[in-house]
Design a protein around this ligand. Structure first.
Ligand SMILES: Cc1cc2nc3c(=O)[nH]c(=O)nc-3n(C[C@H](O)[C@H](O)[C@H](O)COP(=O)(O)OP(=O)(O)OC[C@H]3O[C@@H](n4cnc5c(N)ncnc54)[C@H](O)[C@@H]3O)c2cc1C
Length: 381
């Protein structure tokens, strides 16, 4: 189906993203996977091209693009190369930077945003703790007032960009007696005394991204490191999660669509019993179903992008987009592996890696069960 949400400006932006990926990224993806991280040169080059500051106002070094469709184009193109690119860049520019843009003080914006846009200050977001991620309101890391400072203790886990980040927007408990209303966001610099990182975690997929545990031991920070309202962190996160989930949905579908197209070609080239394997009726019907699933999901998500641009995307619609797209992505990629036969299980094949990379999309950014819990509650259940 012809997509109608993009115009000529988005098309030329897409061309510039592709040019960057072909020149500076695609030749290096094996190195990224071996190092389990994107090198700083990647971030600096992406910054130079203006891809890290789409949502950052021009006065702080960004593009000030008040149009989420550019972010959507970026996600689509990154995910066509691999899913880890989308998740690392997404965490930095699309998920974490908005906390500083929308909640930061003038001083915080001037201090950090130019570096964020340039790729010099790499961001991560620390919500999940070893004791649990779904029950965000139950987090245990604390910040305790001591004179005019806060003393932060605790840990976070599964943090994307965690191993390389320079600044981590971190949720900690400031008022233990107030439950969800006692959580505050702090911008913790990685060079603060008492900040340390564990090893790069050994993941099933998305080898190119760095994911780490973070430890906080008596980190001392002033009020100038609080992002947003004291004790308002939970509400701030709830307000930002729909955009995070929309970004996931865009990525999930773009990722699966690319591999499905590559799989279609494979089924035309690969012969069995004297014919292309895609032309067996079973596979032909299967491919027809998979393309339909992808296009239907894409249409829903396109409408979510339009709604988000108008400030009308509801948390429930974002939850629907997130869980449905990750289910479609995983179903489609599982069939793509099957259509590749034994080659589909070999890491040297893109389809095998994509299948591994996709699995996490049903778990992170709020698991699919949590998405259904939100939708169910909205149904009055
Ligand atoms: C590769 C990777 C990168 C990540 N990046 C980040 C990051 O950058 N920052 C960050 O903060 N976090 C990050 N996460 C963490 C991610 O968001 C959490 O893993 C996720 O929220 C689930 O939390 P959990 O792992 O503690 O599982 P749990 O909360 O322990 O849940 C375990 C299972 O129980 C289910 N469950 C829990 N509650 C309910 C319920 N009420 N009803 C039904 N089922 C329920 C869950 O759906 C899940 O299936 C990342 C995770 C991974 C794997």
């Amino acid at each position: 189906m012809k997509r109608t949400i993009y115009d000529a400006d988005h098309d030329s932006f897409r061309a510039s993203v592709r040019e960057f990926l072909e020149r500076s990224v695609i030749p290096n993806v094996e190195e990224h996977a071996a190092n389990k991280a994107l090198p700083r040169e990647f971030w600096l080059e992406a910054g130079k091209q203006g891809f890290l500051g789409l949502s950052i106002p021009e006065e702080y070094g960004g593009a000030g693009a008040d149009d989420y469709r550019f972010n959507a184009v970026l996600f689509e193109e990154l995910n066509k190369v691999n899913a880890a690119l989308g998740s690392c860049l997404g965490i930095h520019a699309d998920i974490t930077a908005p906390y500083l843009v929308e909640l930061g003080t003038e001083e915080q914006k001037q201090k950090w945003l130019p570096g964020v846009a340039a790729g010099e200050v790499l961001l991560a977001i620390g919500m999940t703790e070893p004791s649990g991620g779904s029950d965000l309101a139950g987090l245990k890391s604390t910040a305790v007032r001591d004179g005019d400072q806060w003393v932060i203790n605790g840990s976070k886990t599964f943090i994307t960009n965690g191993y390389s980040a320079d600044l981590v927007i971190t949720a900690v408990r400031t008022s233990p007696e107030k439950g969800a209303r006692g959580i505050t966001l702090f911008a913790i610099p990685a060079d603060a005394d008492g900040f340390s990182r564990g090893r790069k975690l050994d993941k099933v997929g998305q080898d190119e991204s760095d994911t780490a545990e973070l430890f906080f031991e008596n980190i001392r920070l002033g009020d100038d490191h609080i992002v947003g309202e004291l004790d308002g962190g939970f509400i701030h996160m709830m307000q930002k999660l729909p955009q995070e989930r929309l970004g996931c949905a865009i990525s999930n579908v773009a990722h699966a669509k690319q591999i499905l197209e590559e799989t279609l070609q494979y089924t035309k080239d690969r012969k069995a019993f004297g014919q292309g394997i895609g032309s067996f009726q079973h596979n032909k019907f299967l491919l027809a179903e998979l393309f339909t699933q992808i296009e239907v999901a894409e249409s829903y998500i396109d409408q979510c992008v339009v709604a988000h641009d108008k400030g009308e995307l509801s948390p429930i619609d974002a939850a629907k987009a997130k869980w449905w797209s990750s289910q479609v992505q995983n179903d489609v990629l599982d069939h793509c592996v099957q259509l590749h036969g034994g080659y589909g299980f070999m890491n040297e094949y893109r389809v095998a890696r994509a299948w591994r990379d996709a699995r996490v999309s049903k778990i992170w950014a709020g698991s699919n069960e949590i998405m259904k819990e939100l939708i169910g509650r909205d149904l009055g259940l």
